[in-house]
Design a protein around this ligand. Structure first.
Ligand SMILES: Nc1ncnc2c1ncn2[C@@H]1O[C@H](COP(=O)(O)OP(=O)(O)OP(=O)(O)O)[C@@H](O)[C@H]1O
Ligand SMILES: [Mg+2]
Length: 542
């Protein structure tokens, strides 16, 4: 029998650090690269989301050019070019060829990316499937040359490996161009690049996208507004969302000298008075040195925070689309007859502020026998995969749509000619995985989504009921119309009228019937907002 000690030494030889790049090389499905079709979409999504983030943050109206070239045998070349602020030369290698490197992870403000892994993951996948480097061109000012790089990831060390580096001429005043070769598969349909770009246009009316598909078709999604979204401010964490481990780390890292100044400096919504109150509720001295706070004391501090009334986090860190713009976006891309949208007031989960928005497009060319089409968005990014795992889906299927005039079997999407769009804007979107495809089931988030859906649902119900009434009215009218000649004939016989008077009576009856035709239709169809509140009351009283 081999002795234990020898075995332990044998194990020790095999035990070593695993780099994050090696980890994701094996687990690329966690980042959204589990099949060829999805890999192509994810690559484009990571590059486009970065371009839009960079433009929004720099206050530039984004114009993004996306080109996907079919290189045959399941190989594609993806080129994404933006007019953003560009990237400083020394940062280019790390951004594109080092996983977990970025500017968004450590700050609390709304952006599309948050993890610092997106674009380097796409580069890793491309390199794994084609062995080719990523090519980047970036320029930060008209007075400076553009920098060109060809990079690969040294996966063992999660470090950039520079294949080529040079300055080049580039006509653009500033911007970034990324070129990735990868194995993929291109298909149209619900989870396609085309859908992702179309839905991006719906929730980003300030963006222009120019897209050339692998079939060499060109699509232009032109911006509908020149107004940039409100720039979201960066915030500090709210005390109600902090967890013990995080609090201990913050106490260790802070430059504040007292507990009181630590609380006011490192958290949002804590002034001197509230800080004193927290210390009192925690039975700790406000003058305690943060570095002297032990684990037990930190637990007391957590209790103190819980016991103290602190106002909700500020919401200028969020930049919702806005009900009007969301409705406009839906109108632009969906052919329907009735549109409505709402923006909910801000709310909080685990200390993170968020806002839910919802919109509905009903009728028109949409199929009335199939399930509603659900469009999910997080920080203005369309989510195309993992629909059933998402808190948005859960909220939609647990909302009772029958009372709003749609059919629905239990635990399913409603049935009818309807598209439902839901957007969550947050400083930290709680995705269920690194591939950012589905929202985690936080009760606070589900509750807000349902409230937004109910608001839209009530407006939809007014429209559907009126429409049904118009239909019933017109059915009744044509039924009566067929009897008019018989009634006139009967009256002629009963009252011994002359043929001329009979005709007159017939004409008169027709006129009475025609007098109000289309009046309801005119009011409702051409003006769905007509007396909505009043009509709504009428509906609920019925
Ligand atoms: N086109 C671009 N223009 C300017 N800066 C960019 C561009 N693309 C990426 N960056 C910078 O590179 C960083 C890393 O990008 P990456 O996509 O890897 O992570 P992220 O966007 O921060 O988060 P996520 O992993 O959620 O996408 C970004 O945080 C941003 O600072
Ligand atoms: Mg990103």
């Amino acid at each position: 029998m081999v002795n234990n000690e020898t075995k332990a030494h044998e194990f020790a030889k095999k035990q070593r650090e695993i780099s994050i790049a090696e980890f994701f090389e094996k687990n690329r499905h966690l980042l959204g690269f589990d099949n060829k079709r999805k890999a192509l979409l994810t690559t484009i999504k990571e590059a486009v989301d970065n371009s839009l983030d960079a433009c929004d943050e720099a206050g530039i109206l984004p114009e993004v050019i996306v080109e996907v070239i079919d290189m045959q045998n399941d190989r594609f070349k993806v080129i994404v070019e933006d007019n953003g602020p560009g990237i400083v030369k020394s940062q280019i290698p790390k951004i594109f060829a080092k996983l977990l490197y970025g500017s968004k992870f450590h700050k609390l403000s709304q952006s599309r990316g948050q993890q610092g892994i997106g674009i380097s993951a796409a580069v890793l996948y491309g390199q794994l499937t084609t062995g080719k480097p990523v090519k980047i061109t970036s320029k930060i000012s008209p007075s400076q040359p553009a920098h060109y790089y060809e990079l690969m990831i040294d996966t063992k060390n999660n470090k950039p490996y520079i294949i080529k580096e040079e300055t080049v001429d580039w006509k653009k005043p500033h911007g970034t161009k990324v070129e990735i070769d990868l194995e993929g598969s291109y298909q149209k349909g619900d989870q396609s690049i085309d859908q992702y770009l179309k839905q991006t246009a719906v929730v980003n009316p300030h963006v222009t996208l120019i897209y050339t598909s692998p079939k060499a078709e060109q699509f232009v999604f032109a911006r509908a507004t020149n107004k940039l979204p409100v720039h979201p401010k960066e915030i500090k964490p709210h005390p109600y969302g902090v967890e013990l481990g995080m609090l201990l780390r913050m106490l260790h890292d802070t430059e504040a000298r007292t507990l009181q100044s630590f609380l006011t400096n490192e958290f949002s919504r804590i002034g001197a008075g509230t800080a004193k109150q927290i210390c009192e509720n925690a039975a700790l001295l406000p003058s305690t040195k943060p570095k002297a706070v032990t684990r037990e004391m930190a637990e007391k501090l957590m209790e103190g925070i819980k016991k103290t009334k602190i106002i909700a986090p500020p919401t200028d860190c969020l930049s919702p689309i806005g009900a009007e713009a969301l409705e406009k976006g839906l109108k632009k891309e969906i052919s329907a007859e009735f549109f409505t949208a709402v923006t909910r007031p801000p709310s909080v989960y685990r200390g993170n502020p968020f806002i839910i928005e919802a919109g509905i497009a009903y009728g028109g060319q949409q199929n009335s026998d199939s399930q509603a089409k659900l469009l999910r968005f997080a920080n203005r990014v369309p989510l195309l995969y993992q629909q059933s795992a998402c808190a948005i889906t859960k909220s939609v299927i647990t909302t009772s749509w029958r009372k709003y005039g749609l059919q629905q079997s239990s635990n399913s999407l409603p049935i009818g000619p309807v598209t439902i769009a839901v957007h969550i804007a947050s400083v930290w979107v709680p995705f269920t995985s690194e591939s950012k495809e589905a929202i985690a089931h936080y009760p606070e988030i589900i509750k807000e989504i349902k409230l937004a859906l109910q608001e839209c649902g009530r407006k939809l119900s007014v429209y559907i009921h009126k429409k049904r009434r118009i239909f019933a009215e017109s059915k009744k009218r044509s039924y009566i119309e067929t009897y008019i000649p018989h009634v006139a004939q009967a009256l002629k016989e009963l009252l011994s009228l002359k043929e001329k008077d009979k005709e007159k009576t017939e004409q008169l009856l027709k006129e009475i019937l025609e007098k109000h035709r289309g009046e309801l239709e005119k009011i409702i169809v051409n003006n769905p907002d007509f007396d909505e509140e009043l009509a709504l009351e009428g509906e609920t009283n019925e």
